[in-house]
Design a protein around this ligand. Structure first.
Ligand SMILES: Nc1ncnc2c1ncn2[C@@H]1O[C@H](COP(=O)(O)OP(=O)(O)OP(=O)(O)O)[C@@H](O)[C@H]1O
Length: 357
């Protein structure tokens, strides 16, 4: 894909997201669509890019009246299309006849839906078709249709994803706890890191799938969003810290790049230690190779280590192991880094390690 195609795909995704947001439960547009379905009516509605939409049709009634759900519902009793501005403030035309280029490809059947798909290819408008016969609503962006679902239909998928998110988070927490102990023992293998990275990726994929459903749920998705945030919690920051701990180059920018690359890697390859090692910047490491962490993640999770302090400690000592080796002999060195309570920090590390100072 060249840069233009990437930009176009991104623009198309953004417009689909905005279309889903505008037609989600709780919005006045959705209220109008629900009334149209309940009234066993059909509709063809173009929203936005009005100059291009109007240029592709003729006839109809020029209205320029403010948008309300009831007005839209009433106007859909007429034949033809309704044209609304991008901000959903004005209904510009009703009973409008659209003539998009018939050579524009579409796999839809029925003139209403073929016209909707073609208008979305021809213009940047969000085009909605409500089928009178099938009682379904499709939202078209760039020729692709997205069928609106009821809250009950969406909730069935939401519940499955919430269960999967919760169980992945439990597995991830267990894996991170084990990793912390292994780090303190200096016994982390490439295979341990691969397993933990895999769980971070599963968690973020499930969370992304849930985000799409939360968007579809609109005002009905608030409590699901809270549950999602509860399960995901601080996973994002911990993931970046873990990547920085083990990457050959530990800079923030490199960690972001590595995370993008890991996210684009398919699941089967993500489980291969060799693949993960190569993305982290190492070649020739086997699954049992020992990796030495900087300790940023483990240090950041200690309550007395303030934000930014873990980086300073790692800059001073070089790695978690060097800190552990030195902390007993020379605790005052931590003072010079700016740690307020070096004693508590040492105690916390020993407690996590399961050893006493
Ligand atoms: N090019 C168009 N411009 C404006 N309105 C259109 C256009 N094509 C179809 N329509 C509207 O769609 C209505 C139904 O068209 P058609 O009989 O082709 O239905 P359909 O595509 O099978 O839709 P449904 O699933 O609702 O039955 C028309 O009466 C008209 O109001």
């Amino acid at each position: 894909m060249d840069q233009n195609e990437v930009d176009r795909a991104q623009d198309s995704r953004e417009r689909l997201r905005s279309a889903i947001r505008q037609t989600a439960p709780g919005t006045s547009l959705r209220h109008a669509l629900d009334m149209i379905i309940a009234g066993h009516m059909g509709a063809l509605i173009c929203i936005g890019d009005t100059d291009a939409v109007l240029a592709a049709g003729d006839d109809g009634f020029k209205l320029d009246i403010s948008f309300t759900a009831n007005r839209l519902f009433e106007l859909c009793k007429m034949d033809g299309a309704i044209v609304i501005d991008k901000g959903l403030t004005q209904i510009l035309r009703a009973n409008y006849h659209l003539n998009p280029d018939p050579s524009l490809p579409t796999s839809e059947t029925g003139m209403r839906h073929r016209t909707a798909a073609r208008m979305s290819l021809l213009t940047k408008a969000i085009v909605i078709s409500v089928s009178e016969r099938r009682q379904v609503v499709n939202v078209f962006v760039d020729g692709k249709g997205h069928q609106l679902r009821t809250v009950t239909q969406i909730m069935a998928s939401v519940n499955q994803l919430l269960v999967s998110l919760q169980s992945t988070r439990t597995q991830l927490d267990r894996s991170l706890l084990r990793l912390t102990t292994l780090e303190l023992d200096n016994y982390v293998t490439l295979s341990d890191i691969t397993e933990t990275i895999y769980l971070f990726e599963v968690l973020s994929t499930v969370a992304e799938q849930l985000d799409r459903l939360i968007l579809e749920l609109g005002s009905e998705g608030k409590t699901i969003e809270m549950q999602r945030d509860e399960f995901v919690g601080d996973a994002g920051e911990n993931y970046t810290l873990l990547v920085r701990d083990y990457a050959a180059d530990s800079s923030h920018e490199n960690a972001e790049r590595i995370r993008r690359q890991l996210h684009e890697t398919d699941n089967a390859r993500l489980r291969q230690p060799k693949v993960v090692a190569s993305i982290l910047g190492y070649e020739g490491k086997g699954e049992d190779s020992i990796l030495t962490p900087l300790g940023l993640r483990t240090l950041s999770n200690i309550s007395v280590v303030r934000k930014g302090m873990a980086d300073k400690i790692v800059d001073e000592y070089g790695s978690l192991q060097n800190l552990l080796d030195d902390i007993e002999k020379n605790p005052s060195r931590l003072d010079s880094v700016g740690v307020d309570n070096p004693g508590i920090l040492a105690d916390s590390l020993y407690r996590m390690w399961g050893k006493r100072a």
